[in-house]
Ligand binder design. Structure first.
Ligand SMILES: Cc1cc2nc3c(=O)[nH]c(=O)nc-3n(C[C@H](O)[C@H](O)[C@H](O)COP(=O)(O)OP(=O)(O)OC[C@H]3O[C@@H](n4cnc5c(N)ncnc54)[C@H](O)[C@@H]3O)c2cc1C
Length: 339
């Protein structure tokens, strides 16, 4: 026999405590919309910047250049002092119609009902599996987000001579992070004919003495326990194997839209992100979409501003509704189970 879920309700539930979710929560709490609950599956709020031990974050928002962890701390402090309730280690496992969320928390399942929901679950880099790379499956194949987490959160160095895949901004950031931690990439490969990041920044790996191969893809990875090499296929059809002890797949971001995909929200066929209008409202009038989950990989500052703009639309929407029977308070309210 198992206990049933706990039943909670709040005025706004924000899913995801990254720059978009936290700036939305701060603005909503300041607007006095009632209870604002922010839920994140990680052990600490702050989203991707929490892992990024480098600048630049926060220039337009806070008027100074911060590292990712300082920026994340500032966002958390602002949300808490505005009155938002931040709950970490809370994973949303289903987004249902009528403002209902199925939440897994350390204390068990919660059936949460909110008058409005802000979906701010961000983006993630495409995995090895999504890029259809063959070969063995040794340790040392990761994304930039994981590299940042190893180095900045765990104090671990996952490899010393990795191959870096991709030349978006995040790929250049990965090269810089590696060099600062004594990691020497053996090469950078890019499937396209030219770098994705703009010139002159795209010159950075070459200026650092790292070979860059355009029109090149990783065909397979070799190694028993750890990565020992990667087989590359060049645009002219030639194939060669490069010795390395890790493969870092960077960029090729996809929206973290599992909740939208497995739920009832309409998706934008071009991006796979939940479709939204100019105010951020999704196909369900109870659900708004903010930050990078809305489709394009943008900066933290853009996500912060988008979260704030979406919060203004949510607050206006709630003001137009008749006040609910339950009195609004500063804590989420326990409610009776409903079918
Ligand atoms: C390696 C790297 C370096 C970067 N460097 C910079 C930089 O120097 N400057 C800059 O401006 N930008 C940088 N960016 C971009 C910046 O991090 C993003 O633009 C920003 O974090 C997006 O904010 P967001 O709130 O939309 O999403 P995120 O920061 O991704 O936050 C989403 C949150 O949602 C949570 N979540 C997802 N699904 C669920 C669920 N089902 N239940 C509960 N919680 C969930 C996640 O745990 C996460 O905390 C970098 C990005 C990367 C990957």
């Amino acid at each position: 026999m198992t206990d049933g879920p706990r039943h909670l309700s709040c005025d706004v539930a924000v899913i995801g405590a990254g720059p978009a979710g936290l700036s939305a929560a701060t603005a909503l709490a300041r607007a006095g919309v009632g209870t604002v609950l922010v839920l994140d599956r990680e052990g600490e709020a702050g989203g991707v910047p929490r892992h990024c031990g480098h600048p630049p974050f926060g220039l337009r928002e806070f008027g100074r250049v911060l590292t990712g962890p300082s920026y994340a701390a500032r966002l958390r402090d602002e949300a808490r002092s505005a009155g938002a309730d931040l709950r970490t280690s809370h994973s949303i496992v289903a987004l249902l119609p009528d403002g209902r969320l199925d939440v897994m928390s350390p204390a068990g399942r919660i059936d949460l009902r909110a008058r409005r929901i802000v979906l701010a679950t961000g983006m993630r880099e495409s995995s090895r599996a999504a890029r259809a790379v063959g070969g063995t499956r040794p340790l040392g194949v990761i994304n930039t987000g994981a590299l940042q987490a190893y180095l900045h959160l765990e104090g671990l160095v996952p490899f010393r001579r990795p191959l870096i895949v991709g030349t978006e901004w995040v790929g250049l950031s990965a090269v810089s992070t590696c060099l600062r931690h004594g990691i020497r990439p053996v090469a950078v490969v890019e499937a396209g004919r030219r770098a994705s990041a703009p010139w002159p920044f795209s010159l950075f790996p070459r200026l650092a003495g790292i070979p860059v191969h355009f029109g090149t893809v990783v065909q397979s990875i070799a190694g028993r326990e750890r990565v020992e090499g990667a087989t590359l296929r060049h645009a002219d059809g030639t194939v060669r194997t490069l010795a390395c002890d890790g493969v870092l797949f960077t960029g090729a971001f996809v929206p973290e839209a599992t909740l939208a995909r497995t739920g009832h929200l309409r998706l934008d066929p071009a991006t796979g992100a939940p479709a939204r209008d100019a105010a951020g409202r999704s196909s369900d009038p109870c659900v708004y979409v903010a930050g990078n989950v809305s489709g394009a990989a943008r900066s933290a500052g853009w996500s912060f501003r988008d979260g704030r703009a979406v919060a203004a639309a949510v607050a206006a929407d709630l003001r137009a509704l008749p006040r609910q029977a339950q009195a609004a308070g500063d804590r989420p309210r326990e409610r009776e189970a409903q079918p």
